[in-house]
Design a protein around this ligand. Structure first.
Ligand code: ADP
Ligand code: MG
Length: 457
């Protein structure tokens, strides 16, 4: 935006060029691409034929590297004279609301786009590319750039914690950055199942269909959970066909390839193979270090190279665990006002890193946590808002997320059928608090150690 402004104001361009540049809305910078949107074909053509060189150069200078521009036509782009206010952060929004004297902007009516249900942290920008995921990333990016065109459906499969969900959300974000009016819907297949069942119960099949069929991009996560659920599968099959026939995009993830999806009919599995299938593999050491570095940067914590290398060499198969280890080390250092160094990391991760083959289950975590707090498992998984129950519940949810392969909705089920957003909130809450409150850190650590100990027998 700055660069464009600069061009318009004193970039030495003619008045006519200037008036064209005013019609451009900068959308996003992704890697070396700058995406611009204009409302009409004519404007796009003019910019591409006449202004491309100047704009590219000016933007490259401001951004500090060579970029390419891509201009898309989006009828909803409103020229600056009639600016629609940007969706602002809460604080800004309420400030804006409190300013009664501000003139009401004239706006074209823009169809509201339904909530895509995306996690803001999972974007292409925060995704580290390595040989283990290069192909999946490229396919995801291609789909995000022009949904409905090639690779439909895109099927991404691979083990737990290897970035499938991250890529799925990234597709959603990127598609909407380029073209904000795109209707995107992310759904975990367990949520899809529940939604479907409830829609039958409540006689809402029409609204169910609207939710999943009136979209441009459907992102469906962990399709393996539909195995053996005949009616839901049937419904999904119809949803898939309706979308595919209408040229809408479907992206699917699974922990196994379509071929290995037992309990799903052949006709459906073949359909999954129509488009493009790609797997994600466990990252190599270099990629693991790069992921940690990026995470440290994003969280703004200082962690020297040898610490990152130590963590990356010892936690090899699951990126969620990798990130968990980094959080643990930096939280410990912050609480004790120490610097993050190798010996500190070794002490903190002693329990995490020791090899551990046996399975840790949600019930073992819930049982151990309840024991620790001296409450019953029913109390822990119930709905009481008393402080100790809430704390125990949140810690147990956090540990389920960290120590098991369960998805958020599945974790919710273990806690008396709580919503996946509740689980997500709890996980985030504990994650934030272990770095701020020593008591929280100690409790989580102690319970974590006990759970691991018990699983070793
Ligand atoms: P999956 O869905 O395959 O089980 P997720 O997408 O949930 O895995 O990834 C687990 C965690 O690891 C998430 O926090 C995610 O952001 C992170 N992650 C996975 N792959 C990458 C990557 N290539 N770069 C950065 N972070 C990653
Ligand atoms: Mg996932």
């Amino acid at each position: 935006r700055q660069a464009l402004e600069h061009l318009v104001q004193d970039g030495g361009v003619s008045a006519q060029h200037r008036s064209f540049l005013r019609l451009v809305k900068p959308l996003a910078v992704v890697e070396d691409n700058v995406f611009l949107a204009v409302a009409e074909d004519f404007t796009k053509n003019y910019i591409e034929s006449t202004l491309r060189g100047g704009v590219t150069e000016a933007l490259s200078q401001v951004i500090g590297r060579d970029i390419r521009i891509a201009v898309t036509v989006d009828a909803s782009v409103v020229p600056p004279e009639v600016v629609v206010p940007e969706p602002a952060d809460d604080a800004d929004a309420s400030a804006a609301r409190k300013a009664p004297s501000a003139p009401t902007p004239i706006s074209r009516t823009v169809e509201p786009v339904p909530d895509p249900h995306l996690n803001p942290r999972y974007t292409f920008d925060t995704f580290v590319i390595g040989s283990s995921n290069r192909f999946a990333h490229a396919a995801a990016l291609a789909v995000a750039e022009s949904p409905g065109k090639t690779y439909n459906p895109l099927f991404i499969y691979g083990g737990s914690g290897l970035g499938k969900t991250h890529l799925l959300h990234a597709i959603g974000h990127y598609t909407r950055q380029i073209k904000p009016q795109t209707r995107v819907r992310y759904v975990n297949s367990e949520e899809f199942t529940n939604d479907f069942i409830n829609s039958i119960r409540d006689d809402r099949s029409l609204s169910f269909k609207r939710t999943y069929r009136e979209v441009d991009v459907l992102l469906i996560d962990d399709i393996q959970f539909l195995q053996g659920k005949e009616q839901t599968l049937e419904e999904f099959f119809h949803t898939f066909n309706a979308l595919h026939n209408a040229g809408k995009h479907v992206v699917i993830t699974s922990d196994v390839s379509p071929r290995h999806l037992d309990g799903i009919e052949e006709r459906m599995r073949t359909r999954f193979e129509w488009g493009l299938m790609t797997d994600v593999q466990p990252p190599d050491l270099e990629t693991r270090i790069a992921i940690l570095r990026k995470k440290a940067q994003a969280d703004d914590v200082a962690a020297p190279g040898d610490v990152l290398e130590y963590i990356a060499s010892n936690i090899t198969s699951n990126i969620r665990e990798l990130e968990g280890a980094l959080i643990r080390v930096t939280a410990f250092a912050a609480l004790n006002k120490q610097n993050v160094d190798l010996s500190l990391a070794q002490v903190v991760l002693k329990d995490l890193i020791s090899d551990n083959d046996s399975e840790i289950t949600a019930s073992s975590i819930i049982g151990t946590t309840a024991d620790y707090f001296g409450i019953t498992m029913d109390e822990l998984t119930g709905t009481s808002r008393s402080r100790v129950f809430v704390t125990a519940r949140q810690i147990a949810m956090y540990l389920c997320r960290e120590l098991t392969d369960l998805s958020l909705p599945k974790i919710g089920e273990h806690f008396g059928g709580k919503d996946h957003t509740t689980v997500m909130y709890s996980v985030k809450k504990v994650e934030d608090q272990i770095a701020q409150r020593r008591q929280m850190y100690n409790q989580v650590n102690e319970i974590h150690a006990r759970v691991k100990q018990q699983s070793r027998g």
